[in-house]
Write a protein that binds this ligand. Structure first.
Ligand code: GDP
Ligand code: MN
Length: 378
């Protein structure tokens, strides 16, 4: 689950990280009032679950309440990476002498939390990683011991020369690890971490993603969920209890079981295609889930072919077949659907599908190859 910058900053403040104050507005008038209260130069910032807001015109520095109102008027309603801005954060503008990057994420390769710090802050860290990998210092954290004080210092030492700054940054790095750990984060990032002319180090941006599997034990973090700010497909998937991850390809996949879903995506790649999503409809026998799955898959304009791969165990193939037929009655499905069903009630399923004008297969290889072909070049 992604949360907004202003929410991430609340978590950072709880951990002791210096963050400028700020308030959230949903209308230009409110933004103006906040700017009035704060006085001086303020920053009006789009609150969406996406980075690169600055480049997209979603971060504006203004000198008065009137200008803040005007800036908020422009930013509210704007779309950044397909997400509509519904809220802005108004915060006092800081004078910046230096911008650095500090982040920690759960890294699959390290199988551990991995810190990354760079003196090249304020820009896209992926870009820095590509063009100047030597400008990033990395540290794998042993979760049994947490981030040790000398490790925090070693990271901070990469950012600054001045011992006073290194000391402050080292403390912030430790506090960031605490915030990351205690809030079940998969990512916690400060970009930029700034130095002000009076020599104080603070976080003026915050990005946090929380591992969905941690939410059940963190109700106060779960309360940060802003369903209106999430992509529609994710909200729909959660409501229907489907395990869904959007990807960038054009072959929509609907599979039962996480392992089979992974294997299906591997096979799509093997035949030269690109999956549009991971979608596990789970072990249930509920046609409604199949309808929801098809709504989600067809909501992605990239999808050129839809691939069903069902291995019926607890899942009954006839239920899936009924779901497919039901979905085609309820929604307009343009991309061709290729179906592989095998296992429990396979014969009944084939009859239902053939009766509705579909053909189904039992070989996984054949259908995946066919789906990739139908989806065409990606
Ligand atoms: P992002 O583009 O979504 O990462 O949003 P950020 O909050 O990181 O803002 C983007 C950029 O705007 C920063 O890297 C800064 O250069 C600039 N910026 C943001 N807040 C301030 C501020 O308080 N003062 C100044 N001078 N620049 C700011
Ligand atoms: Mn940023």
């Amino acid at each position: 689950m992604d949360i907004h910058e202003y929410q991430a900053k609340e978590l950072f403040v709880k951990a002791g990280i210096p963050v400028p104050p700020g308030e959230v507005a949903t209308t230009p008038e409110e933004a103006g009032e906040i700017a009035e209260r704060l006085g001086g130069t303020v920053v009006v910032k789009a609150q969406v679950h996406a980075g690169g807001r600055g480049k997209a015109g979603g971060v504006k520095l203004v000198d008065s309440a009137d200008e803040a109102r005007e800036a908020a008027g422009k930013i509210l309603g704007m779309t950044i990476k397909d997400l509509t801005v519904e809220k802005v954060l108004v915060t006092p503008a800081e004078d910046i002498e230096d911008e650095a990057y500090v982040g920690v994420l759960v890294d699959r390769n390290s199988q551990a939390p991995l810190f990354m710090v760079s003196p090249e802050g304020g820009v896209d860290i992926e870009e820095v990683a590509e063009t100047q990998p030597e400008a990033i210092r990395k540290l794998k954290v042993d979760p049994r011991y947490g981030l040790l004080p000398h490790q925090a210092l070693w990271l901070a030492d990469f950012l600054y020369q001045d011992p006073a700054l290194i000391k402050q940054a080292s403390k912030i790095v430790s506090q960031l690890y605490d915030a990351f750990r205690s809030n079940g984060c998969s990512l916690a990032e400060i970009n930029p971490l700034i130095v002000t002319p009076d020599g104080s180090v603070k976080a003026i941006d915050a990005k946090v993603s929380v591992d969905d599997n941690e939410l059940f034990r963190l109700p106060e973090v779960e309360a940060y969920r802003d369903a209106a700010a999430e992509p529609w497909a994710e909200t729909r998937a959660r409501e229907a209890d489907l395990s869904f991850v959007k990807l960038d390809g054009n072959v929509g996949c609907c599979v039962n079981g996480a392992g089979l879903a992974m294997a299906t995506m591997d096979l799509v790649k093997y035949y030269g295609g690109e999956p549009a999503n991971f979608l596990d409809i789970g072990g249930s026998s509920n046609p409604d889930k199949v309808v929801a799955a098809l709504e989600i898959i067809t909501s992605d304009p990239n999808v050129q072919a839809i691939l069903f791969n069902i291995f019926g165990g607890i899942t009954r193939c006839d239920d899936v077949a009924n779901g497919i037929v039901e979905a085609t009655k309820r929604i307009d499905i343009e991309p061709p659907i290729v179906i592989r069903l095998t296992g429990t009630n396979e014969r009944e399923a084939l009859e239902i599908l053939e009766g509705a004008g579909f053909s189904a297969h039992t070989s996984m290889d054949d259908v995946v190859e066919q789906a990739v072909e139908l989806a065409g070049k990606f």
